[in-house]
Design a protein around this ligand. Structure first.
Ligand SMILES: [Zn+2]
Length: 61
């Protein structure tokens, strides 16, 4: 699977590092479907090497 396109830091514009993929438990909690607890959407965590800001976005399937 190809890498997603880079995410630029919203503060300083530096290309951020994609350092993790993790389940978005917050989003799942907002869904009252009983099946949602075992099927979290995945979000990408990014960090800026220049200013240290972190950001997330939904991972693309
Ligand atoms: Zn930055």
């Amino acid at each position: 699977m190809p890498e997603n396109e880079p995410l630029n830091c919203p503060d300083c514009g530096t290309q951020m590092n994609h350092h993790a993929d993790k389940p978005d438990r917050g989003a799942a909690a907002a869904d009252d479907s009983p099946d949602a607890a075992e099927d979290f959407p995945v979000i990408e965590a990014h960090s800026c090497p220049a200013c240290g800001r972190t950001a997330t976005r939904p991972a693309r399937g």
